[in-house]
Design a protein around this ligand. Structure first.
Ligand SMILES: NC(=O)c1ccc[n+]([C@@H]2O[C@H](COP(=O)([O-])OP(=O)(O)OC[C@H]3O[C@@H](n4cnc5c(N)ncnc54)[C@H](O)[C@@H]3O)[C@@H](O)[C@H]2O)c1
Length: 342
């Protein structure tokens, strides 16, 4: 039985607790959140034996095998390093980290202390994307030539859902997923990026962060791609995400619409909505959707000893490439990525 502890009793901490409760090979033994009220409520709701308000105290006292780090994007580093030093395996929410020195320090700590670590880049478990990966990897359709990836959030994610939007970036929050999935499917690493950014909408609402990025990417394989990430889609969009992917290969073309698809639509007197059937829902009370599958897979792979479906170094390179995109958007010039060996 894998004894899990969670740091972060927020929106996504809930997803982690649900899947550990359901998985036959996992047990959640503790929650840690610096917000005492939230930590106490979370422990009561999920019937957890131990509650902590300081993760260092938790690492000293808690008898757990692995820790899920589910705190805001820019707070993963010290926690991940402390977990590695304490000999705990780690599931880290995406992005791994948001500064080059932090990315390298986590990789170093994990490798030095011999713990296992996975970053929750869960779009690899998204069924249409996973199927495209399998079909591309079969070689039947030849080499990937061009790709387009749009992954945008509705405005309310930036204004209402997250309390720390201004301290992060849509590139960290969603771009980590789109870049990871696209590179994984193409089967290559981004070599050079050139990005434009647009600001103004969120700033006018008092949230000081970039609205949108448009990024051109040249892969080592020669494939070229365009990636769009924003969090200013009007709230009336029929899905929280605006989520599209196209891929052209030598002998084939794939198109995915993962948001405003025709699979399920709800129309009422005042609204038109595309309910989520892929990301995170429940079927007869069981956790369903790719956002749960990645967390489930962490437990599976801890139990079996097999490698994770996302390696730490792959996730590190996602963060490092995003830093190059940000640098390009700042400088107005193409930037070569400085990636680490996979
Ligand atoms: N919200 C989503 O849809 C979603 C989806 C996938 C992944 N994620 C990722 O999960 C992570 C958490 O996101 P969230 O939406 O749950 O955020 P959140 O703000 O809802 O929750 C974060 C929690 O971390 C706690 N925290 C902050 N600093 C802490 C500290 N030093 N010690 C202990 N607890 C601390 C906060 O009090 C808060 O309860 C992020 O990296 C995010 O990118 C979020």
């Amino acid at each position: 039985m894998l004894k899990m502890a969670i740091i972060g009793a927020g929106t996504w901490g809930e997803s982690h607790a649900s899947i550990y409760a359901e998985h036959p090979q996992a047990e959640c033994v503790a929650i840690c959140d610096k917000n005492r009220e939230r930590a106490d409520a979370f422990a009561a709701k999920h019937r957890l034996a131990h509650t902590y308000y300081d993760y260092r105290e938790m690492l000293e006292k808690c008898d757990c095998d692995a820790v899920a780090i589910v705190t805001p994007d820019f707070l993963h580093t010290d926690m991940a390093i402390a977990c590695a030093q304490a000999g705990k395996h780690i599931l880290i929410e995406k992005p791994l980290a948001t500064r080059r020195e932090d990315v390298l320090a986590i990789v170093d700590a994990v490798e030095k202390h011999g713990v296992r670590a996975m970053v929750d880049l869960h779009n690899r478990w998204n069924p249409p994307f996973n199927l495209v990966k399998q079909m591309v990897a079969s070689g039947e359709y030849g080499e990937a030539k061009t790709a387009y990836f749009r992954l945008n959030d509705a405005l309310w994610v930036a204004t209402d859902m997250l309390s720390w939007t201004a301290k992060s970036s849509i590139l960290w929050f969603l771009g980590s997923h789109s870049l990871d999935t696209m590179s994984w499917i193409i089967g290559s690493l981004p070599e050079e990026v050139f990005a434009y950014k647009r600001t103004g909408k969120l700033a006018s609402l008092g949230i000081d962060t970039v609205d949108a990025y448009q990024t051109a990417i040249r892969y080592r394989s020669g494939a070229i791609a365009q990636m769009e990430n924003s969090w200013i889609t009007p709230n009336g969009n029929s899905n929280v995400n605006d989520f599209k992917f196209d891929l052209v290969l030598d002998k084939g073309k794939f198109d995915i619409d993962a948001s405003s698809h025709n699979l399920l639509q709800l129309t009422t007197e005042n609204t038109f909505y595309t309910p989520d059937v892929l990301v995170k829902n429940s079927v007869f009370g069981r956790c369903n959707g790719f956002a749960f599958e990645s967390i489930r897979s962490f437990v599976d792979k801890m139990a079996s000893g097999e490698p994770f479906h996302v390696s730490l170094r792959e996730a590190a390179n996602v963060s490092l490439a995003i830093l190059a995109i940000m640098e390009s958007a700042e400088s107005g010039k193409p930037v070569r990525t400085q990636l680490i060996e996979q």
